[in-house]
Design a protein around this ligand. Sequence first.
Ligand SMILES: [Zn+2]
Length: 72
Amino acid sequence: MIFSNPSGAPELACDQCGCRWFDRMTNTCYECGAAVTPENLAEIEAALAEFAARRAAAPPTDLPPASIPPSR
Ligand SMILES: [Zn+2]
C-alpha cells in the first residue's frame, strides 16, 4: 500500500501490517517479513513520480505561513 507522510510525500508501506520499515537488502518487511512485490515497487514509483510532478507544478511552500500579523 502507499502511505503519505505528513509532508505529503508518498511512502511504501507493508501490505500485510502497514508498517513502513523495509529491509532494503532483501526487500522484505522488518515487522512481518512480507516481501515487497514488483507491483508494490511500481506503485511507489508511480506515486513518487506523481508527487514530483505536483511539486514541480506548484510553487514551493517551504516558508512558514505569515498568518498571524503582529498585534500592534
Ligand atoms: Zn509488514
